[in-house]
Design a protein. Structure first.
Length: 517
């Protein structure tokens, strides 16, 4: 088994051509080589290998066949993966010579007998070498297609593989390429895209994934693992968001919140000279997403149910048309953001900071001690502190004003993310049962407080509609719209007592749960 450290950049086909002929690119590398790589991926009908986090391919390069097995970790495999590679005879898998003990329980005789070709990749690859600063990096420019069940999707990407040296050199090369042509960090491997094609998921929405944090890890290693997973969650949903998928935009916002929460969780050793820049850029992206997501909430969670109950209310229809126009503009803003040079730079620089930022090598005694603390100790400390605050402040929910309820909601959200991030440290039937109770009560508390916060936002918006008649509408139309806005405000305000009661009950459940750490 070897560790493969690799960055993948998605580049448009036309820009690949520009890059090949750019003097700054061609002069930076040496030993150019071209090859045709045809790879067949194998699995069983029930996707046993995929379910066990493995991919198996046989690649033909000229007359040679190479068999490769790679581990798949949805949270972090966009940068680092384990792989087992060996030359074989013929174009069918040969698993008889595998000796790795980690693979034996998975590659049973039944699974071996069930393996069959499931999809293939046909790639024209040009490789370049870059040696310098103690690093050896192979740059592979790949063009071709992935084929499955008679369908195909194009491949146009650059892989940067670190053969020797520090990972910081990978990011230096990636940034240099992005300076020449638009290059977006890609978190999906060819095998993942192949399975998506096989499952007929051309633009998939990806939900949050909690990576495995193992006891014995340092706090610094845990943050890197969590940060990778959050960044993948963000980037993996860009394509569906551009396609105006409501859930994909929601997932990108969740990814941003989780990433920002993880930075807060480990803030006592992440305070370096780049953290403020990273946080500012993440905040900028959240602000670009906010208006579109708010309108999605207004339209689908507030207006649509009310229109179903009052189908003849013309003012509701008028507000709906207004929101639809505003939503179109807001999604254009989202598209511009995720397709911008600023977004590409944000993703690359955030990835670099997570992996090799100044915080990873700080020799300041306090920060170094916190960074190297065993994660189970660090997690217990963080969970105890954050849970105690919620128990203390949550007891006053009925008497808190909107601003204090909003701050409590943020604390609950961060505590919930912390509990999810650290959940894999604590195993056993009893602890798992306690975790479920904690997650359930925190989710209910967060949702209830979130609902109250949304109502306050809605009230401001619809009060503005009442107070500011539109000159392009006649008096009757403005009256209809104002009446509808008042109807919405009344409907929303009526929900507050139920939400307060739900929040109090959730807090009581949370207060009565036992520690799982």
């Amino acid at each position: 088994m070897e560790k493969e450290i690799e960055l993948k950049l998605r580049v448009a086909p036309d820009d690949i051509s520009v890059l090949r002929h750019h003097p700054n690119f061609t002069s930076a590398f040496e030993n150019q080589d071209h090859s045709t790589l045809n790879s067949v991926y194998f699995d069983s009908d029930d996707r046993s290998l995929r379910e066990h986090g493995l991919t198996l391919r046989v690649r033909q390069n000229g007359t040679q066949h190479i068999q490769t097995i790679k581990s798949v970790n949805q949270g972090s495999d966009w940068l680092e993966r384990s792989e087992w590679e060996q030359p074989i005879q013929g174009d069918q898998p040969d698993l008889n010579s595998l000796t790795d003990v980690a693979l034996r329980p998975i590659l049973t005789e039944n699974i071996r007998n069930a393996l069959k070709p499931v999809f293939e990749t046909r790639i024209e690859r040009t490789t370049y070498n870059r040696c310098g600063n103690g690093a050896n990096i192979v740059i592979a420019v790949d063009e071709g297609q992935i084929v499955a069940n008679g369908s195909s999707c194009p491949v146009s990407e650059i892989e940067l593989e670190l053969k020797q040296g520090a990972a910081a050199e990978l990011f230096q090369v990636a940034r240099a390429i992005n300076d020449l042509v638009p290059a977006q960090l890609d978190v999906k491997s060819k095998s993942e895209r192949g399975y998506d094609l096989l499952d007929k998921r051309s633009i998939a929405v990806e939900k949050a994934y909690n990576p495995t944090i193992s006891a014995g890890m340092t706090a610094g290693q845990a943050f890197t693992t969590i940060g990778r997973a959050c960044l993948r969650h963000l980037v993996a949903n860009t394509a569906a968001t551009i396609d105006r998928d409501v859930e994909a935009l929601h997932q990108m916002r969740v990814a941003l919140r989780r990433l920002r929460a993880s930075i807060s969780l480990f803030s006592d050793f992440l305070d370096d000279d780049r953290v403020d820049s990273v946080k500012n850029e993440l905040r900028w992206l959240a602000q670009e997403f906010g208006p579109a997501r708010n309108l999605d909430t207004h339209i689908f969670e507030v207006l649509k149910p009310l229109r179903q109950r009052h189908p003849k209310e013309l003012g509701l229809a008028s507000i709906g048309r207004m929101f639809a126009r505003q939503r179109l503009k807001c999604y254009r803003r989202v598209h511009q953001a995720v397709q911008s040079a600023r977004f590409r730079k944000l993703v690359l620089e955030t990835a670099e900071w997570i992996e090799v930022g100044p915080w990873t090598r700080s020799e300041e005694a306090l920060k170094q001690g916190r960074r190297q603390m065993r994660i189970e100790l660090y997690a217990a400390e963080q969970l105890s502190r954050r849970f105690s605050k919620i128990k203390r402040r949550g007891a006053k929910i009925p008497n808190l004003d909107h601003q204090k309820l909003h701050r409590l909601r943020i604390q609950v959200k961060k505590a919930r993310y912390a509990a999810e991030f650290f959940s894999s440290i604590y195993n056993g039937k009893k602890l798992t049962k306690r975790q479920k109770k904690v997650f359930s009560s925190l989710a209910q508390l967060q949702n209830s407080l979130g609902g109250i916060n949304d109502i306050a936002t809605h009230k401001t918006l619809f009060t503005d509609i009442i107070s500011n008649p539109q000159p392009r509408l006649n008096a009757k139309q403005n009256h209809q719209r104002a009446f509808a806005a008042g109807l919405i405000i009344g409907d929303q305000q009526a929900r507050i007592p139920r939400l307060i009661d739900s929040a109090c009950k959730a807090h009581t459940r949370f207060e009565n749960t036992k520690r799982f750490w």
